[in-house]
Design a protein. Structure first.
Length: 176
C-alpha cells in the first residue's frame, strides 16, 4: 500500500467514524405511572367527597386503606388519579391525611412498595428485584436478546427514577 492509498483509507475511515458519531443515540420515552401516598402522620385516607365521586364514576366503593405496606390498586387506579388531578390533593385527603402524587417509570409497576412510619409514607422501588426477575426469565427461556433488551429498559428507567429522586424533588404536589 502506498502513501496515497493509506491516506484514502484514512479519509474513508474518518468519513465512517464521523457518520457513526453523528447518528443520534436512540432514547426511547419511558412510560410513567402515578401513585397516591400519604405525607403526614395519621394514615392514608380519602375524603368523603372523594369517596362519593369515586362511587359516582365507578359504581364501586373505594377501599379504606390502612396499616403498613398497604399497596392497593386504588393508589394507581386511573379514576382515582383523575379525581385527584381534577379536584386537588387537599379536597381528596381524608381526616388526618395529606395525600400526595408521585410518578415512577411504569417498568417498575410490580416492584414498588409503600414504607410507612406512623402513617407517613414513602414510595420505594425495588430495582434489584426487577433485575432478578429478568434474569430468572432468561434462565427459563434462554432468550439472550430479550434479557439484554429488558436490562437496558430497566437501567434506563432506573437512571430516570434516580434523577427524579433528588432531594429537591421527591414526589410532587398538585395545587390545593
Amino acid at each position: 500500500m502506498n502513501t496515497m492509498d493509506a491516506m484514502d483509507t484514512m479519509d474513508t475511515m474518518d468519513m465512517y467514524d464521523t457518520k457513526i458519531m453523528e447518528e443520534p443515540i436512540a432514547v426511547h420515552p419511558v412510560p410513567m405511572m402515578k401513585i397516591l401516598y400519604n405525607t403526614c402522620t395519621g394514615g392514608f385516607r380519602f375524603s368523603e367527597g372523594f369517596l362519593q365521586e369515586y362511587y359516582r364514576r365507578t359504581g364501586e366503593e373505594a377501599p379504606r386503606l390502612g396499616g403498613p405496606h398497604s399497596v392497593h390498586p386504588i393508589r394507581t387506579h386511573p379514576v382515582a388519579i383523575q379525581i385527584v388531578e381534577e379536584y386537588g390533593l387537599r379536597w381528596c385527603s381524608g381526616r388526618n391525611s395529606r395525600l400526595a402524587l408521585d410518578t415512577i417509570p411504569a417498568v417498575f409497576a410490580d416492584y414498588w412498595e409503600i414504607e410507612e412510619y406512623h402513617g407517613d409514607e414513602i414510595i420505594k422501588v425495588n430495582i434489584h428485584r426487577a433485575l432478578a426477575d429478568i434474569l430468572d426469565q432468561f434462565m427459563i427461556s434462554g432468550n439472550y436478546t430479550k434479557l439484554c433488551n429488558d436490562y437496558d429498559k430497566i437501567k434506563h428507567a432506573e437512571s430516570i427514577y434516580n434523577t427524579m429522586q433528588q432531594p429537591a424533588s421527591v414526589g410532587y404536589t398538585l395545587p390545593y
